[in-house]
Design a protein around this ligand. Structure first.
Ligand SMILES: Cc1cc2nc3c(=O)[nH]c(=O)nc-3n(C[C@H](O)[C@H](O)[C@H](O)COP(=O)(O)OP(=O)(O)OC[C@H]3O[C@@H](n4cnc5c(N)ncnc54)[C@H](O)[C@@H]3O)c2cc1C
Length: 386
C-alpha cells in the first residue's frame, strides 16, 4: 500500500453539493479538512429549489453572493389538481408575503451551485481538494484510512457525501433500504412567452407532479414526473414538438414555450440508510437518503445534514470521529430524515393511488389547508414542505 501523505481531522468523499458544503462547514468549524471531488458534470436542465434555511446556510459559507445572480426567487407556489378524478382539490396559490417573507426560496441550476461551492473551496486555505476518486475507505480504531490516486490519507472522521451508491457508506457497514417507483423525472429548461412572476406551478396528475419552477429571465425549469414509457416518448420529440406538448400540459399558463436545454430523464427511486453514522464515518446528502423530486426536499435535507455535522464538529473538537460524536450526529438527523422520507413517499403515493378514500383525503386536505387561515400560514411558513 502507498505511504500516508496527509493527516486531517475530517475527510469528505464526494464533490456534489453536499460534499463541497460539508468540507467548507468542517473548515468553518475549525477542523483541518480534505475533500475528494472528482470533476462532475450536470445536465443543464437540472436545478434545485432551495428553501430559506438552505439559503441562510449558503450565506454563512459565503457562497451566496456568487450564486445569487444565477438564482431565481420563488415568491409563490400554485397547486393545480390536474387529475381527471371525481374528487379534485381546488386550485390554490400561496404567497410568501402572506407570512411577511419576500420569498419561499430560490431555484438554482445544480451546475452553478456546485461551481460556486467549488470556487469557495479553492479559495479556502485550510481545505485540501483532491480530484482523484476514492478507491478505498478503511475505518480503524483511531482514524479512517482513505486511498485515492495511489496515495493514502488519514482522518479522524470521514464524511460519506458520495451519493446514492456510496462506497464510504459501505465501508461503514451501514445498510440501506431501497425502493423504486413506476415513474421517471424528465427535466429541461424552457423559455416562456408570459413572465412567471416568481410563481412555481405544480400540476398534480395521476402519474406524478408536472412542475414549472421559475428561472432567471423569462425561463422556467420543468420537472415532469410520469411513467418511464411516457418520459422516453417525450425525450424523443423534436424540440418544437416537445415545447408545444409542455405548453399544452401546462394549459398555456406561460403562453408559447421554447426548449432551452436538452431534456434529460432520471429514473425515480428512493433509499434510506438504516443509521447515519458508524465506524468513524457519517453520511450526508444522497449517501444517507434519496427521494423522488417532489416538494423540493432532497438537497434541502442534505444541507440540513451538513449544518448538524458542523455543530457536532464544534462540540466534539478533540475527536470528531469518537463514538459520542457519531451518536450525536445520528440523533440529530434521525427524526428529520425519517419524517421527510415518509412524507414524500406518502405524497407521491397519494397521487398514484386509485383508492378513493385517499383521493378524497388529499383533495379535502389541500382545500382545508388553503382556506383555513392558521393552517394556510403554518403551511407557508414551512415553505409548503409537508
Ligand atoms: C429531477 C430532480 C430534481 C430535484 N429537485 C430538487 C429540488 O428542487 N430541491 C432539492 O432540495 N432537491 C432536489 N433534488 C435532489 C437533489 O438534486 C439531490 O439531493 C442532490 O443533488 C444530491 O447531492 P449530493 O451531493 O448528496 O449527491 P451527488 O450530487 O450524487 O454527489 C455525489 C458526488 O460524489 C462523487 N463520488 C461518487 N463516488 C465517489 C468516490 N468513490 N470518490 C469520490 N467521489 C465520488 C460523485 O462523482 C458525485 O459528484 C432533485 C433531484 C432530481 C433527480
Amino acid at each position: 500500500m502507498a505511504s500516508t501523505v496527509g493527516r486531517f481531522d475530517v475527510a469528505v468523499v464526494g464533490g456534489g453539493a453536499a460534499g463541497f458544503a460539508a468540507a467548507l462547514a468542517a473548515v468553518k468549524a475549525g477542523r483541518s479538512a480534505i475533500l475528494f471531488a472528482p470533476p462532475a458534470r450536470f445536465p443543464p436542465g437540472r436545478t434545485a429549489a432551495l428553501l430559506g434555511g438552505s439559503i441562510d446556510f449558503l450565506s454563512d459559507l459565503d457562497v451566496w453572493p456568487t450564486l445569487k445572480e444565477h438564482a431565481a426567487p420563488i415568491t409563490g407556489i400554485r397547486l393545480i389538481d390536474a387529475t381527471s378524478r371525481l374528487i379534485r382539490a381546488p386550485e390554490a396559490t400561496f404567497f410568501a408575503t402572506e407570512v411577511g417573507r419576500p420569498v419561499f426560496g430560490f431555484n438554482i441550476p445544480n451546475g452553478d451551485l456546485v461551481d460556486a461551492l467549488k470556487q469557495r473551496a479553492e479559495a479556502t486555505p485550510d481545505l485540501t481538494v483532491v480530484a482523484a476518486p476514492v478507491e478505498r475507505v478503511v475505518p480503524r480504531e483511531e482514524d479512517v484510512l482513505i486511498a485515492a490516486g495511489e496515495k493514502c490519507y488519514t482522518a479522524r472522521l470521514a464524511v460519506a457525501a458520495d451519493g446514492a451508491r456510496s462506497l464510504a457508506r459501505d465501508a461503514a457497514g451501514i445498510r440501506v433500504k431501497t425502493w423504486s417507483y413506476p415513474q421517471a423525472a424528465l427535466v429541461a429548461t424552457l423559455g416562456v412567452q408570459f413572465p412567471h412572476q416568481g410563481v412555481s406551478t405544480e400540476f398534480h396528475t395521476e402519474r406524478g407532479p408536472f412542475t414549472l419552477v421559475p428561472m432567471p429571465g423569462d425561463r422556467v425549469s420543468l420537472v415532469w414526473v410520469d411513467r418511464p414509457v411516457e418520459t422516453e416518448r417525450a425525450l424523443s420529440l423534436a424540440p418544437d414538438d416537445f415545447a408545444r406538448e409542455v405548453e399544452t400540459r401546462a394549459r398555456s399558463i406561460h403562453g408559447a414555450m421554447r426548449l432551452d436545454s436538452k431534456p434529460a430523464v432520471f429514473p425515480l427511486s428512493a433509499s434510506l440508510a438504516m443509521c447515519f453514522a458508524a465506524r468513524r464515518i457519517v453520511l450526508v446528502g444522497e449517501a444517507a437518503h434519496v427521494f423522488p423530486p417532489i416538494g423540493a426536499q432532497g438537497l434541502n435535507l442534505g444541507f440540513r445534514d451538513v449544518v448538524a455535522l458542523g455543530h457536532v464538529l464544534v462540540r466534539h473538537a478533540a475527536d470528531p470521529g469518537s463514538p459520542s460524536a457519531l451518536r450525536a450526529y445520528h440523533t440529530a438527523r434521525q427524526a428529520d430524515v425519517r419524517t421527510r422520507t415518509l412524507a414524500v413517499d406518502l405524497l407521491n403515493r397519494s397521487l398514484l393511488t386509485a383508492f378513493l378514500p385517499v383521493q378524497v383525503a388529499r383533495g379535502v386536505g389541500i382545500a382545508v389547508a388553503s382556506s383555513v387561515p392558521p393552517l394556510r400560514k403554518a403551511l407557508i411558513r414551512r415553505g409548503l414542505a409537508i
